[in-house]
Design a protein around this ligand. Structure first.
Ligand code: AMP
Length: 423
């Protein structure tokens, strides 16, 4: 019997791990530079954390959550996104008493019951940040700057940043009423999905990909014309700082996002190199009411999340290579000719590993020629062959696989030379 992985999940190994490590390392390094600290939250929460946080009428809560009852009948849900969990943790542990804004980042698996396709999975990884307790537009601009830098550092070129404001709870309310009035006469022409959204999750009609809906929406009132004074000057300030930072962006007046908690600035980063619905690599925005709704104080916040798999797939499609540490560091493959020499082999392995040199050996002893070929293809920079002569004479012969030079040293008296030869 051979089992398959569940639909919408994947196994990662080989080349994929190089990409995953590279993306995570690049993000971690950058987050440190921007003064963000890591937070780790559980993979599941009480269901209300998401149904209240993301919104009862959102697509995620309506259709995409992995919800189950535990043995005591409590409803739990595998997290579909990171923000609601982080906010729950911040409120529960009163992390907001620290110097604000509290800048946090997370890396972890998310779960959504979606129809799987390339770049859309049921289990996927997100890397995200949250800046909690700051209503200054500067923090929105800094988050967008960080998102943009992350993709630049990963090697992406043709990126577009879409930015919009969906107003505060006050001005948005008025705008949504207006939008609903505009849409009502079209209820026969709009797709059933959009008709269903009206009155529940009206703004999401802008996400619809159906041609007729898009044509109708091109004539819809734009939220930017209905923002209150405070919201529109907040957005202008975000743009001003991005201009100072020389960051290119597009004010996309049709941009909306799938969660109810967003207020004011929302943004998305998209790759122009790919023409697909899955070209959004990451996005986020401001959420000014969520912490209060979760029982905390009124703390304005902003954040974003990127999809790791989608980023990796796009890097692979665009032939953007990860910079792998092993490729730049010395690494030694020890080829042992016989199990009789294990004592000698382990002495050298131990010494190399204590000196933080990447090394391994052929524990299944095979033909030397094949082992050398394999070591080269696996990217090792050096090999050491352990045969009868080496053991008898207490020597180590090390070959450089790139320039084919070879050095021999005495294992008893010249150990440290081995490290020097590798550095
Ligand atoms: P969201 O949390 O929906 O704003 O998504 C943020 C990012 O997470 C997206 O831009 C994608 O890169 C990624 N993402 C969201 N949903 C999925 C999914 N089902 N499979 C893979 N990546 C996803």
């Amino acid at each position: 019997m051979i089992y398959n992985s569940p639909r919408g999940t994947s196994d990662y190994y080989g080349e994929d791990i190089k990409y995953i490590d590279f993306i995570i390392d690049t993000a971690r390094n950058l987050f440190k530079i921007y003064n963000y600290l890591e937070i780790i939250t559980p993979h599941f929460e009480h269901t209300e954390v998401f149904s209240r946080g993301i919104g009862e009428n959102s697509d995620i809560v309506q259709k995409e959550m992995f919800t189950f009852s535990d043995k005591k009948g409590r409803s739990l849900t595998l997290r579909p996104e990171g923000t609601a969990s982080v906010v729950r943790a911040v409120v529960e542990r009163k992390l907001y008493v620290e110097n604000l804004p509290l800048k946090l980042f997370y890396i972890g698996n998310m779960f959504r019951y979606e129809r799987p396709q390339k770049g859309r999975m049921r289990e996927f990884k997100q890397i995200g940040i949250e800046a909690i307790g700051c209503d200054n537009p500067a923090i929105d601009a800094e988050a967008i700057w960080l998102l943009n830098s992350l993709f630049k550092n990963l090697g992406f070129k043709n990126l577009v940043l879409y930015i919009n404001s969906i107003g505060c709870s006050e001005c948005r309310k008025d705008y949504i009423r207006l939008l609903e009035e505009f849409l009502k006469p079209y209820s026969k022409e709009l797709c059933p999905g959009c008709v269903n959204r009206i009155g529940k999750n009206t703004l999401r009609v802008f996400d619809c990909k159906v041609e007729t809906c898009r044509n109708i929406l091109s004539g819809a009132p734009k939220i930017s014309n209905y923002l209150c004074e405070k919201c529109s000057s907040h957005l202008k300030d975000v743009f001003d700082i991005l201009n100072i930072l020389d960051i290119q962006y597009v004010h996309n007046e049709n941009l909306v996002r799938g969660f109810d908690y967003y207020t004011r600035t929302i943004f998305e980063i998209v790759s122009e190199d790919i023409d697909s619905a899955q070209n959004a690599l990451g996005g986020g925005g401001r959420y000014d009411n969520l912490i209060e709704e979760f029982g905390g104080p009124k703390l304005s916040s902003t954040g974003f999340a990127i999809g790791l798999e989608r980023t990796m797939l796009l890097m692979q499609d665009l032939s953007i290579k990860p910079v792998v540490i092993k490729d730049n560091m010395p690494s030694v493959y020890l080829i042992n000719m016989s199990a009789d020499f294990n004592g000698y082999l382990f002495g050298i392995l131990k010494f190399l590993r204590q000196n933080k040199i990447i090394c391994d050996s052929n524990f299944n002893i095979k033909n030397v020629g094949k082992e050398i070929k394999w070591a080269k293809s696996a990217g090792y920079s050096h090999i050491i062959i352990i045969g009868e002569d080496e053991v008898k004479n207490n020597t180590v012969t090390i070959k450089d696989l790139f320039n084919f030079s070879q050095s021999q040293l005495s294992w008893l008296n010249e150990k440290s030379r081995l490290i020097n030869l590798l550095k």
